[in-house]
Design a protein around this ligand. Structure first.
Ligand SMILES: Nc1ncnc2c1ncn2[C@@H]1O[C@H](COP(=O)(O)OP(=O)(O)OP(=O)(O)O)[C@@H](O)[C@H]1O
Ligand SMILES: [Mg+2]
Length: 222
């Protein structure tokens, strides 16, 4: 049997000042799963996601990705993890305003030594996948919030990362648009087999996922 995509054991994160953001988190997420993480503000959801993505480090416990322990003391390994294994989607979209939709999607590939024509083609295919074929030359300021988030999702997929981490991706969107974004995530999960871990405040949106992990005060609750 192949190892799970993500496994954490007794994960803790103690912030300087004494806040225990994570207090022993054990989760196992299989390859191809779509998991929603829900919980009140301050329960540790973003902290957990940031640690899984290698942009923060735990103060105790461990994370393993596809059976391999992530070494948070190894800078090179963390950079490789961020570049090749995970794709991030944030609440504020985080697109570069001076780049077009296509250039934003291509951006992560600039470090991959692939020919420009191939990068461009790949970005165009992904923009079409998220329903934005006609918007490739638009700048973020010329797109609606939902469209900007679609661009950010395409960007998260461009490196063929097997694991997508999304932190309240619809927190800035109205409920109809939020539903559309979650349907899109659902279809990408089914069609491309990417593993999705999505933080959301909204219970109805969690219904799009295969499974919900609840968090409270830095712990996983049933
Ligand atoms: N850099 C930091 N330094 C100190 N404490 C922090 C830091 N980042 C987060 N915390 C604290 O850790 C706890 C968990 O924060 P986290 O951002 O993970 O919560 P969250 O579940 O994502 O909340 P929200 O739903 O509001 O985004 C909170 O009590 C927060 O104040
Ligand atoms: Mg958060």
């Amino acid at each position: 049997m192949s190892p799970p995509m993500v496994e954490t054991r007794q994960l803790t994160r103690l912030y300087p000042g004494g806040v225990e953001a994570l207090r022993g988190v054990d989760i196992t997420i299989g390859t191809g799963e779509f998991v929603a993480i829900v919980g009140r503000s301050g329960s540790g959801k973003s902290t957990l996601l940031n640690i899984l993505g290698g942009i923060d480090a735990p103060t105790g416990g461990f994370v393993s990705i596809r059976g391999k322990m992530l070494d948070y003391t190894n800078r090179k390994a963390l950079i490789a993890h961020r570049r090749t294994t995970v794709g991030f989607v944030f609440q504020q979209f985080n697109l570069i305003p001076s780049l077009t939709a296509r250039e934003n999607v291509e951006y992560p590939l600039l470090f991959s030594y692939r020919p420009a024509s191939e990068r461009r083609k790949k970005a165009e295919v992904l923009l079409a996948t998220v329903g934005l074929a006609g918007r490739a030359s638009h700048y973020p300021g010329q797109l609606s919030g939902g469209e900007q988030q679609r661009v950010a999702i395409a960007r998260a997929l461009v490196s063929d990362a097997p694991l997508i981490l999304a932190d309240e991706p619809t927190g800035n969107l109205d409920s109809a648009t939020s539903g559309e974004i979650f349907s899109l995530l659902r279809s990408l999960n089914k069609e491309k087999g990417v593993t999705l871990i999505v933080v959301t405040h909204e219970r109805e949106l969690a219904d799009y996922a295969d499974r919900t992990i609840g968090m409270k005060d830095g712990r996983v609750v049933a």
